[in-house]
Design a protein around this ligand. Structure first.
Ligand code: NAP
Length: 248
């Protein structure tokens, strides 16, 4: 139960959905959690919930992961508040879907800024403390769309494919310091991000999923928990699809 006791994890985009489930699962395993979202209200509410389960185990921080300066300042604050950073989970993400013909330049830029540059920003900011400690576990939440592509999601697919290449490069660069870098690629998970699908779209999708159901946020959190566990000490540069068999 207390496998991560004494470790500190940053979880971006943890005010709801998949990120919140990851924060809950890592906290349940004993880690201290830095909860990040764009608003103090969102991140502090989740931190307060976690602290009700285990006093003083979490703190909320508000920032835009696309802003390098803000990310660096926040990571320094987290080291000052918790004393260390062992785990980074890059989960924050957005969609701005449209067919390329109708996709505005700002929708392309914003998705790439949050979903791809945000990952670069966070990894760069935690690398120094992790290298010093000769230990680090970095997990990035991509998407099966980054592997398959999707109509109306060229910006999202490009960013989610980008984090896979980026993570494999980081896995090679950071391995000598005992820092592992892995990716979880969720399929269709029930969250606010996917709530907009019509019942028809949903039914069509379910027919393609071999396990016959959509995923739960806990399914993704469990995969992240594996990558940061001692059972995954010899695993780096990997992409784990958690998608009910949709992509194989
Ligand atoms: P969600 O419910 O929309 O939550 C997104 C989270 O990211 C929120 O906490 C949000 O914070 C935060 N966020 C957004 N922009 C941010 C920024 N610029 N800086 C910091 N935080 C930011 O999303 P979700 O469905 O849980 O998805 C989480 C991750 O899984 C995303 O990377 C997504 O692409 C990926 N994914 C999801 C699915 C799925 O089926 N749901 C499938 C594949 C991959 P605020 O509360 O402040 O807005």
């Amino acid at each position: 139960m207390n496998e991560l006791h004494g470790q500190v994890a940053i979880v971006t985009g943890a005010s709801r959905g998949i990120g919140k489930a990851i924060a809950e699962q890592l906290a349940a395993k004993g880690a201290g959690i830095a909860v990040i979202s764009t608003t103090s209200a969102g991140s502090e509410a989740v931190a307060a919930e976690l602290c009700r389960l285990r006093p003083d185990c979490a703190k909320g921080y508000a920032l835009d992961v696309a802003n390098y300066q803000a990310v660096e300042t926040c990571c320094k604050q987290i080291v000052s508040d918790f004393g260390r950073i062992d785990i980074l989970v890059n989960n924050a993400g957005i969609t701005r879907d449209n067919l390329l013909m109708r996709m505005r330049e700002e929708d392309w830029d914003q998705v790439l800024a949050v979903n791809l540059k945000g990952v670069y920003n966070c990894v760069k900011a935690v690398t120094r403390p992790m290298m010093k400690a000769h230990y680090g576990r970095i997990v990035t939440i991509s998407s099966i769309i980054g592997i398959t592509g999707n109509v109306g999601q060229a910006n999202y697919a490009a960013a989610k494919a980008g984090v896979i290449g980026f993570s494999k490069s980081m896995a090679k660069e950071l391995a000598s310091r005992n820092i592992t870098v892995n990716v979880v690629a969720p399929g269709f998970i029930d969250t606010a991000m996917t709530a907009e699908l019509s019942p028809e779209q949903r039914d069509a999708l379910l027919k393609q999923i071999p396990l016959g159901r959509t995923g739960k946020v806990e399914d993704i959190a469990a995969a992240v928990a594996f990558f940061v566990s001692s059972g995954a000490d010899y695993v780096t540069g990997q992409v784990l699809c958690v998608d009910g068999g949709l992509v194989m």
